[in-house]
Design a protein. Sequence first.
Lengths: 250, 278
Amino acid sequence: MVFRKSSFRVTLLSFVSLLAIWYLVALLANSRIFPPPLDVLEVLLESIAKGELQYHIGHTLMRVFISFVLAMTVGIGIGIALGISKSLDRFFDSWLTLLLNVPALVTIILCYVWLGLVEAAAILAVAINKIPNVIVTIREGARALERDYLEMAQTFKLSRTVVLRHIILPQLAPYLVATTRSGLSLIWKIVLVVELLGRSSGVGFQLHLFFQLFDIASIFAYTLAFVLVIQVLEYGLLQPLERRISRWRR
Amino acid sequence: MAALMQLQVDISRKIFRSFEESGQIVALENVRFAADVGEFLCILGPSGCGKTTLLNIVAGLDSNFEGAVSFKTFVDTEHFVQDAYDHREKTPESSRGNSGSRDRELRIGYVFQNPRLLPWRTVEENLRLVLSSEQVQSGIIDKLLTSAELEAFRNTYPSQLSVGMQRRVSLIRAFSIQPDLLVMDEPFVSLDKRMEDNLHQVLLDYWHSSKPSILFVTHHINEALKLASRLLVFSSRPGTLILDIPVELTYPERNTPEIFRDFVTQLSEEYPEIRQIN
C-alpha cells in the first residue's frame, strides 16, 4: 500500500479525532452502556489472552468462507447460463425476483426448521441469501460477452477450456470482483444473524450473549476486531486481486 | 506448409430475417465458384452486398444457408481428403461430413476487419493461444514476430499498439496456424498508404512462400488488382457473382505505377461492371 505523505496525515488525523469524540462522549455519558476506548481495549486484550476472540472469529470466518464459495460456485454457473440463454432467462426471471426479495431472516428460520439447528443449515441459509445477487451480477456480465471473440475462437478451433479461461473469464472478471466484494460484506452480516439464532460459537453467538449481559464494552471490542479482519481481507486480498486482473487496461 | 486445398462454394440463397418491414432480406443469391489450389481470390463488391456474410459461411461461422461449401484437401499427390459442410435444405443428414482418411483438420485463418485480438492478453499470448504446444515449440512465434517487426512488442497489450500494429498481429496470428485457406475481410481498411503497401507486401510474401488459398474481400478495385490472381465481382444486394476473371499481370509489373494504372483503366473499360463498384 503506497500512501502519499499528506493523505496519510489526513487519515491519521481522522482516526485520532474519531477516538477523541468517542472518548469525550463516553466521558460525558459516564455510563456502563457507553464505555470509553481504553476500557474496550482492555476487554479486547483480555479476550485475546483467553483465546476467546480468536476462537469465535475463526468460526465465523470459516462459515463466511464456506458459504461464500458455495454461493459463488452455484451463482456463477447459473448466472452464465441465464446470461447466454434467452429462453432460460425468461423462464427463471420471476423465480429470481422472488428469491431476491425473500428476507434473509425467513431463509434462516426455514433452514433451521427444516434441517434442524445444524452447521449445514446455517451455511446453506447464508448461501441461499447470496446466490440470487451473484446470479444477477454474473448474468449481466454474460449478456455483455463479445460475440466477436467467440467467433474468433470458433474459426481458430480453440478448445472449450481455452475459451473459458482466456475469453469468457477475463470478460467476466469485473463482474466477479464486484460480486465478490458485495458478497463478502453481505455474507458476514448474515452469518452473524445465523449464529445469533442457532449456533453456539462465532461472533454472532457472542454478541447475543453480551446483549443479554448488557456488556457493551465486549460488543465494541468484537465489532472493532471484526471490522479490522474484514479490512485486512479487503486490502490484503481483494484489492491486489483486482489490480492483477485489470492490469491490461490502459 | 499448407496442404493443397480446393474450395467449392455453391450457395443458392442466404436469407436474413428482418424485423422491420415484416420481411426478409436476401443477402446472397446463386453464388457459385471454385478456388483452385493456391489461388488468391479477391472479392470486389459494393458495401452491403453480403461479402462478409459469404466469408462467414465459408469459415463455418454461419451454417444457416441454402447450398453447400466443400473443401478437398490433397495431403499429398496420392491421398486426398474431403471435408465438406453441406446445408442443402431437406437433407437432414447433411452436416459436416468427411470421407477418406484424414491426416489433419482443415485449417482456416480468418483475418477480421477489426483485429479481434484479446485485449487482456499480450501480443505473444494472443499468438500462443491459437497454436498447439508443438507449434509453439517449433519457434514459429519468434519467426513471425521478427518478420513482422514486432519482437519488441511481444509483451505489450494490444491497446498499447497502433491500429496498424494490431492489424499486423492479427495477420501473423492467421499465418501462424499455417492455414490451408486464408479468409480476409477488408483487413487493411483505414490504414495510411505506406502502412497499407507494407502489409500488402507482407501478405504477398507469405502467399508466395506458403501458397495457401486466399479469399480476400475489398471494395477498392486498386487493392483487388494489386493482390489477386483472380477477381470476383459481386452485385449489390442480393449479392450475386457478376464477373469472374483472372488478373493477368505479373507481380513485379503491378509495382510499376504506369503499367498498373494502364492495366486498371483498360480492365474497367473492358468490364463496365467494375466501374459501378467505387
